[in-house]
Design a protein around this ligand. Structure first.
Ligand code: SF4
Length: 688
């Protein structure tokens, strides 16, 4: 039934993975506003939300929401009933399976959706369609984080808490994260602690907002992070500043690390990364001598063809200084989307791992899923997201089911991604808007937004929190879970779930790290539960590795990070280095924030930030439109003349369809995580 009167839902923000909690008010299908939750009920935001959390919910009320299924007829869509649309999906996907095989279909799930929906999306792929190709948008943001941390520490996640550890540490090294823009409430915590005396070192190619508060800001060359991080590790070891007792007792392979970092003298680091020796050594000394240090990063570290090695190098630094397994210290990947930790990672919508990071090649694990599902999940590793688009052009993938993602803007080199999508025999997009990707679909299924559904998100500190509906979905839109369950039924699978609580029951049974995360407990624990939480008596794990690392022998591994630099370097034709990122007022491909007036008022369109000296040289004035060209394509965007980086480095945000940066970026992939090299692209800029 429609909700009557004003409704208050205690829920979790659907933007970034800080996971602020608030009350969302709604009436007659319309979201009215947001009020931050009470102090004692909030893990991350006991003072406020950021501008997106507070004013970013108008998209729910947008007149452009999808309200009915759509079926393509020629170049147009026509409205359809659910019966027609689901039949059409069944027919389209079945035809491909019969003609080409199960693995001719790929499923994409979304970190925007709840844990329960992501669990069901990978189940839909593995049980119902029996394809090995299932992946999600975490591939494009923090897959290098997960790969790097799993190799060194065991768990692919933040080791510590936000408030008690990040908010109270003695020292920070923040790199590759525009924290004030991307994780504003987290940045406020850091700034408050710095005001109270903590040291803050920011290493970044751009003088980002947090740099204004830093003990030391060091400008680095884009893509050269392994050099300066290895240089710091070398300096610390050479000067006996390392934590010998911790290394001896809790780690392996220190000697290999020691040898591998030898070439990274301060002089070599300056040559490669542009870091002055005194800044390198000052930071290294302060970090090594601090009682506790937090190492924070985001996509500036991960989105490189050597992103996994960047993360490994940083983890080596944390280990060498003994900053793991204790409060107020740790490795802190700042995850981007609301539920990228849970939905994108923990729930297993990935081609190389089952839910809970369980091994695809482990027969006991496969037996367990087979017993529960009546179907053995495919045990081969499927294609990662960027590989899937290559496989379409090679004729191996012919159908796609995309839930809540917009690859036509988010894939690197989007002209190629667009061409690939056009070649598909059958495309289904399930979303809340007719996104740039949905425009190419054969069937579009209208989904409920996060303000209209029940479930859980897991924030960047592994904290599982409740999501609750404030309003009903518009028109005939339905929750992703309900749509997937009906589709499973079409294929002969009876998904008899009475809501997300039943899905969580199944997750409790099949995913050990979520074994004790029940809805009953979450009802009485508004601050959520942090995994691993293995059974009903387990209080959860505020910080990881107190007693042992997540390996059989309990020891962390030093994995030497071999040097890797940018794939493209500037040359005569493309003399500038382009890097990318977020702005405070927008989020990802902008499908939601570009529909919020108050956010669009602040940043209405794409822009390129150019250093004043370079702007002079190019003959470009602030506010003029320019053409930016790379080896892949060109865009027209507005010049924003500002001194935030070296004159040879320019910046474009990732949020816009017009002036889309991914017309320019390249497809070079990290060999371990398969993340694309989004962060460094050679370009030229010309006035129009
Ligand atoms: Fe939402 Fe992140 Fe802002 Fe908190 S900091 S309100 S989680 S966008």
């Amino acid at each position: 039934p429609r909700l009557s009167g004003v409704t208050k839902a205690e829920t979790t923000c659907n933007y970034c993975a800080v996971g602020c909690r608030f009350d969302l008010y709604g009436k007659d299908g319309e979201v009215l506003g947001v009020r931050p939750a009470d102090e004692d009920a909030t893990p991350a935001n006991d003072f406020s939300t950021c501008v997106k959390g507070k004013f970013g919910y108008d998209f729910v009320n947008s007149p452009n929401r999808l309200t009915t299924p759509l079926i393509r007829e020629g170049d147009e869509f026509r409205e359809a009933t659910w019966e027609e649309a689901l039949d059409k999906v069944y027919e389209g996907l079945s035809k491909i399976r019969e003609e080409t095989g199960d693995d001719a279909i790929a499923v994409t799930s979304s970190s925007k959706c709840t844990n329960e929906e992501n669990f069901l999306a990978q189940k839909f792929a593995r049980q119902v369609l029996h394809t090995k190709h299932v992946d999600n948008c975490a591939r494009l943001c923090h897959s290098s984080t997960v790969a790097g941390l799993q190799q060194t520490l065991g768990y692919g996640a933040m080791s510590n808490r936000i408030n008690e550890d990040i908010g109270k540490t003695d020292c920070y090294l923040i790199t590759g994260s525009n924290t004030t823009g991307s994780h504003p409430v987290l940045a406020t915590r850091i700034k408050q602690n710095v005001d109270d005396g903590a040291d803050l070192f920011v290493f970044d190619p751009r003088k980002i907002g947090l740099a204004e508060h830093a003990t030391q800001y060091t400008q680095t060359k884009p893509g050269e992070d392994i050099a300066w991080i290895n240089g710091m590790v070398r300096y610390i070891i050479e000067n006996d500043l390392h934590d010998e007792a911790f290394i001896e007792e809790r780690t392996k392979h220190f000697d290999e690390l020691k040898e591998k970092v030898q070439p990274f003298t301060p002089e070599k680091v300056e040559e490669l990364a542009g870091v002055p020796p005194e800044e390198l050594t000052n930071a290294a000394e302060t970090i090594a001598e601090a009682d506790t240090c937090i190492f924070g990063w985001a996509m500036g570290m991960t989105q490189h063809a050597h992103g996994t090695r960047n993360v490994i190098a940083l983890t080596n630094l944390a280990l060498v200084t003994g900053n793991l397994g204790k409060p107020r210290a740790g490795v802190s990947p700042f995850r981007g989307q609301n539920n990228v930790q849970g939905g994108g990672g923990d729930m297993g919508p990935a081609p190389h791992t089952l839910p809970g990071y369980q091994d695809l090649s482990d027969d006991d694990v496969l037996d367990k899923f087979e017993d529960a599902w009546g179907v053995r999940p495919p045990d081969e590793i499927g294609l990662r997201l960027p590989e899937q688009y290559e496989a379409i052009t090679e004729g191996h993938i012919k159908g796609m089911f995309i839930m809540g993602e917009n690859p036509v803007l988010s894939e690197p080199d989007i002209r190629e991604a667009e061409n690939a999508i056009e070649e598909l025999d059958f495309l289904v997009v399930q979303d809340i808007f007719l996104t740039e990707t949905a425009e190419f679909a054969d069937v579009v299924l209208p989904a409920a937004s996060n303000a209209e559904k029940s479930g859980t998100f897991t924030n960047t500190e592994r904290r599982v929190q409740r999501v609750r509906p404030a309003v009903e979905p518009p028109g005939e839109a339905r929750t992703d879970s309900d749509i997937l369950a009906d589709l499973a039924g079409r294929f002969g699978f009876d998904w008899d779930y009475d809501g997300p609580v039943d899905v969580m029951d199944e997750i409790n049974d099949l995913v050990p790290i979520y074994g004790g995360v029940t809805y009953d407990r979450l009802e009485s624990t508004p601050e959520g539960l942090q995994w691993p939480c293995e059974d009903e008596d387990d209080p959860g794990t505020p910080f990881l590795y107190e007693d042992e690392f997540n390996f059989d022998d309990g020891k962390a591994r030093f994995v030497p990070a071999d040097y890797g630099g940018p794939v493209e370097l500037p040359d005569e034709e493309y003399p500038l280095m382009l890097t990318s990122g977020r702005v405070l007022y927008h989020w990802h491909t902008g499908t939601m924030t570009r529909r919020v007036e108050v956010l669009m008022d602040h940043v209405p369109e794409s822009f390129v930030t150019i250093h004043p000296e370079m702007a002079d040289r190019l003959g470009v004035k602030d506010g003029e439109y320019v053409r930016v060209t790379s080896r892949r394509g060109d865009i027209v965007t507005k010049a924003n003349v500002e001194e935030t980086s070296d004159p040879g480095v320019v910046f474009i945000p990732m949020h816009f369809a017009h002036g889309a940066i991914n017309e320019l970026t390249q497809h070079a992939l990290d060999p371990t995580s398969y993340i694309p090299e989004y962060k460094v692209t050679s370009v030229r800029i010309e006035p129009l």
